[in-house]
Write a protein that binds this ligand. Structure first.
Ligand code: ADP
Length: 426
């Protein structure tokens, strides 16, 4: 008990005794004085409560003692709280200004994909209006079917991206990213990547044009070379080895130009023009027959598992090219006596094609790049019976997979083997 409180209590008791003695009832006097003391305490507490609840602005202590100290502590607490609130408001204001200036769309979603917050760029890029769309389910208001599907299919665990064309402006390319940041919330961002698309388009147009221009002279060149090789009367025999070599290079170059033209065609559009129900079992058998020579030469153990009879809707030519690239790579990058397995199976909601080998494998640092054009782990070029290894095979696979709305998954371990799987939606 504080000294001042003790003296106050003593004063009440003494006053009670004195008044009680005057009236002849000391006990009654003391009881009444104690009641008065308690009443005073009650009022002080009430004042304190009003202050804490903000009903009273008067924070000056009415009496010294414990109440004065409590009052002082509360007002200090209030000051600290006020400072923190001001700091927080300043941070929030800065955050708001930064996100207003940020060119990418940012939308915060809760566990049921309702919009909790969005920045102004979300309006121009995603057509999400803030605050009008507050608490709306994003999949109900977004007009992009691809993005809607992406949001619905994205779980709460991993970061995923999708590239879409904006229906607000057809020449606007967006890259959307979904990042879960707590058990319940996710951030959806969308970035304008039109310039990157334009640069990619310029590059692929250039490659397509150059390939196209090379095609005719190469054909003429090859024709003359073959004629010269066959007509030994025109060309002296000493020239034959050189002619042979020139023909081989011309054939190789021709095949490269054809592959580049094929790749340009695959890049140009989103979906295959010729779609049919493709029997993957037959396709795999056909490819294996075409590659059988290399399996035999390297004594590979090849297993084929076809666990689904379901047909896949798509371009037979493109699917043939993708699957044969994978099987041929498996054969090429697996040393003698190795094992290769090809599987076609159902894993709801997907149909999966898997090509697995126990070959040389791929080091992790290359995995993210091996589907790029001309990217090779070992940059020296190799020529094979089936054509030159020029780093275009997996680029073709990637585009075919994209055109069939599939997902390409590559896992590999250096020295242990690789597994390439394509998941097609049924
Ligand atoms: P390439 O014509 O060089 O085979 P690809 O685009 O088909 O070009 O493959 C790119 C690179 O990926 C290859 O150079 C090779 O290093 C690696 N690669 C592809 N498939 C396999 C595989 N099954 N095992 C090991 N490495 C592979």
């Amino acid at each position: 008990m504080k000294i001042s409180d003790f003296w106050r209590l003593l004063l009440y008791v003494v006053l009670g005794i004195a008044l009680g003695a005057i009236g002849g009832h000391i006990l009654l006097g003391v009881t009444l004085s104690l009641l008065a003391y308690i009443w005073n305490l009650y009022h002080n507490l009430l004042d304190l409560l009003n202050q804490v609840n903000g009903a009273s602005n008067d924070i000056s202590p009415k009496e010294s003692g414990i109440f004065e100290e409590v009052n002082y502590s509360i007002s200090k607490l209030f000051d600290r709280h006020k400072d923190r609130r001001q700091q927080l408001t300043a941070v929030l204001r800065q955050f708001e200004q930064a996100t207003k200036a940020w060119p990418d769309a940012i939308v915060i979603l809760n566990e049921t994909d309702d919009i909790e917050w969005a920045n102004p760029a979300a309006r121009n890029l995603l057509d999400v209006r803030w605050p009008e769309d507050k608490k709306q389910r994003i999949t109900n208001i977004i007009r992009f079917p691809a993005l809607r599907e992406f949001i619905s299919s994205t779980g709460n665990t991993e970061q995923q991206t999708v590239d879409i064309i904006s229906p607000l402006k057809p020449d606007l390319h967006l890259s959307a990213l979904m990042v879960p940041y707590s058990k319940t919330h996710k951030i959806l961002t969308a970035r304008d990547v039109t310039e990157i698309y334009r640069a990619i388009k310029v590059r692929s147009d250039f490659v397509a044009n150059v390939s196209h221009e090379l095609k005719t002279p190469l054909t003429v060149f090859r024709g003359y070379l073959e004629a010269l090789t066959m007509q030994s009367d025109i060309c002296p025999p000493t020239w034959q080895p050189a002619l042979q070599q020139m023909t081989e290079h011309a054939v190789e170059m021709n095949s490269l130009v054809d592959t580049l033209l094929n790749l340009s065609h695959l890049e140009e559009s989103q979906i295959p023009a010729d779609s049919e129900a493709v029997d993957l079992k037959l396709l795999i058998e056909e490819i294996v027959t075409a590659t059988s020579q290399i399996y035999r030469e390297k004594n590979h153990v090849l297993t084929i598992h076809v666990d689904s009879q379901k047909k896949l809707t798509g371009s037979r030519v493109e699917l043939y090219s993708a699957v044969s690239n994978l099987t041929f790579n498996a054969a090429h990058y697996t040393p003698d006596n190795g094992t290769i397995s090809i599987r076609w199976y159902q894993q709801d909601p997907y149909l999966v094609l898997e090509v697995k080998d126990n070959g040389i494998g791929i080091a992790e640092e290359h995995l993210s790049r091996i589907t790029e054009r001309f990217y090779r782990v070992d940059s020296s070029r190799t020529r094979t019976e089936q054509g030159s290894k020029n780093g275009l095979g997996l680029a073709i696979v990637k585009h075919v997979v994209r055109r069939h709305s599939g997902l390409l998954d590559i896992t590999s371990e250096l020295g242990k083997g690789s597994c390439f799987s394509i998941k097609f939606k049924q």
